[in-house]
Design a protein around this ligand. Structure first.
Ligand SMILES: Nc1nc2c(ncn2[C@@H]2O[C@H](COP(=O)(O)OP(=O)(O)O)[C@@H](O)[C@H]2O)c(=O)[nH]1
Ligand SMILES: [Mg+2]
Length: 351
């Protein structure tokens, strides 16, 4: 106990040493400061208590931040060959559609905001598994609300966005909210190529209506000072901005209007598949029927991609493939470079 300190100070000091949680410690320190002697000789003591208080406050703020982050992080275990997010306003029928398309058991209710966390289900499309994710209702300024960034990060990591709407006016509302999260829907990434350089400033090739000064200014915003920018198409300043922004994502969009009668589930499934931009290819063994399920592949995949996918040794031992479907005649013999199409049947022959 410092010189000239009263009995209250002693009690406060004991309390401080007994304090366990940061909150208790902070309270005790503030109490200690109140009872600390205020003469010149105790300046060092008071400064020491103040320092302890500010350090503790900093620590508590950090812990709060971490707690906030972890309570808001929600990771989805990816399943199936693609993730499809179902988005819309409250009561647009998202849970209902999810329950019709998948095995998910979801809460469907006619009161608002029933779904607070993403709901998951697996859609079986001709044997190909697609993961469907219902995102809780999108509200105004969703990106700036507490769980918004987390839900938008699930959307960003998906392959296709579905808007389930009751009225056409909802489309623009939703699109605006997605723009705030830097998600561009149903827009191809612009055909403008940015080649960063070590020096030489900003050089523009090709035709654009964007003034040179605006291009330089935008580049500066993203810390790009030296680059060759090739405009292969004329784009708006906003599109140029989203191209520079490394967090921009471009996703396909499927709009489904809910007329609250009957969903045409077969149409919806086909539309989802077509929008995903994937192809399904069936393999086959000579003299037998095609295998099930088909294999989902990216568009423009070749026989080589298929061979590698089936088995790493297939490429080494590849002789030829017979293709039914997109080939000129059924069972045509083709080589590794042949580009496969949706629904092709492939019979691979090995050495
Ligand atoms: N009959 C019928 N009812 C629907 C349809 N879509 C939604 N509903 C009803 O509308 C209400 C809200 O649906 P819900 O799926 O919970 O909406 P969410 O908030 O978008 O998930 C529920 O009472 C559903 O049963 C539909 O296509 N047909
Ligand atoms: Mg719901």
């Amino acid at each position: 106990m410092p010189i000239n300190a009263g009995p209250e100070y002693g009690a406060a000091e004991r309390k401080y040493h007994e304090a366990k949680t940061p909150e208790e410690k902070l309270k005790a320190l503030e109490n200690l400061l109140r009872h600390a002697p205020s003469h010149k000789g105790s300046e060092v003591l008071r400064a020491d208590i103040k320092l302890k208080i500010s350090k503790l406050k900093l620590l508590m703020a950090k812990q709060k931040q971490i707690a906030k982050k972890s309570s808001h992080s929600f990771t989805i275990k990816k399943e199936g060959v693609a993730q499809v997010v179902i988005c819309g306003l409250t009561n647009s029928g998202k849970s209902y559609l999810l329950s019709k398309l998948t095995n998910a058991k979801v809460a469907i209710a006619d009161y608002e905001f029933t779904t607070k966390m993403p709901e998951l289900g697996i859609l079986d499309y001709l044997g190909i598994k697609l993961q469907l994710i219902e995102i809780p209702a999108i509200t105004k300024d969703f990106m700036y609300k507490d769980k918004g960034p987390m839900f938008f990060s699930i959307i960003r990591n998906s392959s296709l966005v579905v808007f389930l709407i009751k009225q056409a006016s909802e489309i623009n509302f939703l699109k605006e909210e997605f723009e705030k999260a830097n998600i561009r829907l149903d827009k191809k990434s612009p055909n403008v190529i940015i080649k960063k350089q070590a020096s030489g400033g900003i050089n523009v090739i090709g035709n654009t209506n964007i003034p040179y000064a605006a291009i330089v200014e935008k580049c500066k915003n993203y810390s790009i000072y030296n680059a060759i920018i090739e405009f292969h198409e004329n784009i708006s300043l906003a599109d140029f901005d989203s191209l520079l922004n490394p967090s921009t994502v471009f996703l396909p969009l499927l709009i489904i209007k809910n007329d609250f009668k009957n969903f045409n589930l077969e149409d919806i499934k086909n539309n989802i598949w077509n929008k995903l931009g994937l192809i399904k290819v069936y393999t086959k063994t000579p003299g037998k029927e095609k295998d099930h399920p088909p294999i989902a592949m990216k568009q423009n995949s070749t026989i080589k991609d298929l061979a590698v996918f089936i088995h790493k040794d297939f490429l080494k031992n590849f002789r030829f493939a017979r293709i039914w479907g997109s080939s000129r005649f059924p069972g045509q013999v083709l080589g590794l470079d042949y580009v496969l199409k949706d629904n092709d049947v492939a019979e691979i022959h090995l050495k």
